[in-house]
Structures are given as C-alpha cells and as structure tokens.
Design a protein around this ligand. Structure first.
Ligand SMILES: [Zn+2]
Length: 286
C-alpha cells in the first residue's frame, strides 16, 4: 500500500541518499571535533565499544548502546568497516523518521537495513566525491580499487561498494574468499578425495548499483569455471567479456567480468550493461 501517513514510499536509491546525507552530516561533525579514533567516536555518541569472539559475525550493535567487534578479526580495514557499519545501525535506530521510511518499504527490512549500513560505512570511510573524480579520470575499472585502499586506508569492501554506487549502469560487486566446504556438501560440489581439505570460493560481500534488480547472497559459491576463480588461481587481473553474475539459485545473469586478485581475495565488478562514462554534469546529479 502506498502513501500512508509517512508519505510516499521511498525507493532503495532514495533511502541510500537519505543514509548518505545522514552520514555526511555526522562525518562533518566528527571532523570538526577532530574525533577520528573508534573510542573517541563511541564516546561522542554515548556508546560503548567492546571486542568479543563472535564466530562468523563481524560485529553487532547491542541494545543501540554498545558496538561489539569480533576480536577474531585480524584485518584492521575490515574491523574499521564493521565499526562504521554498526555505527550506521546506531544512526538508523536513533532516527524515527528514517526508520519509518525504511519500514514503509516493500521487501525484506533486515536485508535493506544491512545494505544501508554497508552504504553508510563505505561513505564514512571513503567520500563518494573522491571515487567519482577518480572514475572520471581513469575509467570504471576494478583496478582503481587497490589505490583507494592504499590512499584512504579502507578495505576493498568499502572502496568497492562506493564504486558500484557511483555507477550509472547496471553492475554488481562481488568480493570472494576461499573457504573450506563442510564435509556434507563436498560430494555435491567436487569429486570426493579422502583426507584432502576441500575449499571453494564464496561471496563474502556483495553490493550492486542503484538500478540493479537482484541481490547476491553472502556465501554464494563461485562456480569453478567462472572468471573470478581464474583471477584467484592465477593471482591476476582477468577481464572476461562473456561471463555472468552468479546467484545461489543457479541463475546466471550475463555480464562482463572485471576481476582482480588483491590481498588474498578477489574483487570483481560484474557489468551487466555497458559502462556509462561519467561527465561533470552527471556528477552533479549524483
Ligand atoms: Zn548489520
């Protein structure tokens, strides 16, 4: 049902814009007060920060009062991303109007909130304008991401999310890591070999441009014939014109694959449509 007491239902793109404006305003306040460390930021918002082993979860926000980060996470950049993801949960939970807008939306609310928190974290770590400027100068290629990671000390997750969010064409970001396969599923995916550990590449993070129709589920396995596997196996940059977006359902959406091995994982941008070249006039509209 549309147009109830909170007004018109917001699209995903409009919700992302609301989050982006919110975190840009908060980032400005933090910068004015010169608050850059996690402890000073949580103190500013009256939150607590804790580190605990959390299993497969990277972090969580408890009762909108405490950010807990997984003490088993070793990568500083991933910890940073998780911290800002949980902080964005706090921003959303503390803003009734924003919460109302999110709950008015159709679709899975939890998935929408997770996606918005990833967007907020990416924007807090790496301002959108910086990415737009680089894309305008160097083109829309996955090979830009390592330089963003180096320059802004952000994870490839944050840089990748920001990059696909800048896209005017339909595209998906996939970050794939090698994970061990549970013994139950070995026979389904591979020829069984006794006493040999079995691994597969799985999606650990994904994101999509604002006009993309689908979402790629975390832990979706990457088929061994996919260009992402090739980039991993050869530890290189692979461009494959006739590739596809892999979905857990087995559906394959035709796409051009631009995959790069970087820091032990693969970052891939799957371009469903032709890349639209940005120009300064379009930049002002984003
Ligand atoms: Zn979350």
């Amino acid at each position: 049902m549309k147009g109830r007491q909170f007004g018109r239902i917001k699209s995903d793109k409009e919700l992302e814009a609301l989050i982006r404006n919110k975190v840009i305003a908060e980032r400005r306040k933090l910068k004015e007060k010169d608050l850059v460390t996690k402890s000073s930021i949580v103190e500013h918002y009256g939150l607590e920060l804790d580190f605990c082993p959390l299993g497969v979860r990277d972090g969580m926000l408890v009762d909108n009062k405490k950010i807990v980060l997984n003490s088993l996470l070793r990568q500083e950049e991933r910890l940073n991303f998780t911290f800002y993801h949980e902080l964005t949960h706090y921003f959303i939970n503390s803003d009734d109007e924003l919460l109302s807008n999110i709950h008015e939306c159709s679709g899975n609310i939890d998935e929408t909130i997770e996606k918005l928190c990833n967007c907020g974290a990416a924007e807090l770590l790496l301002p959108n304008e910086e990415i737009l400027n680089a894309i305008t100068e160097h083109g829309f290629t996955v090979t830009l991401l390592p330089s963003f990671c180096g320059e802004y000390s952000v994870s490839s997750i944050a840089a990748g999310i920001q990059m696909v969010r800048c896209a005017l064409h339909n595209c998906y970001l996939v970050i794939a890591n090698l994970v061990s396969i549970e013994s139950d599923s070995i026979q389904m995916s591979f020829e069984r070999q006794e006493n040999v550990p079995q691994f597969q590449l799985s999606v650990t993070y994904s994101a999509s441009s604002s006009n993309a129709k689908y979402r790629i589920t975390r832990t979706t396995p990457i088929p061994q014939t996919h260009a992402i596997w090739k980039a991993y196996a050869e530890q290189t940059h692979v461009i494959e014109e006739k590739s596809y977006v892999p979905f857990r359902s087995g559906k394959k959406l035709p796409a051009k694959c631009d995959a790069l091995y970087f820091r032990g994982q693969v970052i891939a941008i799957l371009n469903v449509d032709n890349i639209i070249v940005l120009n300064p006039n379009q930049l002002r509209l984003l």
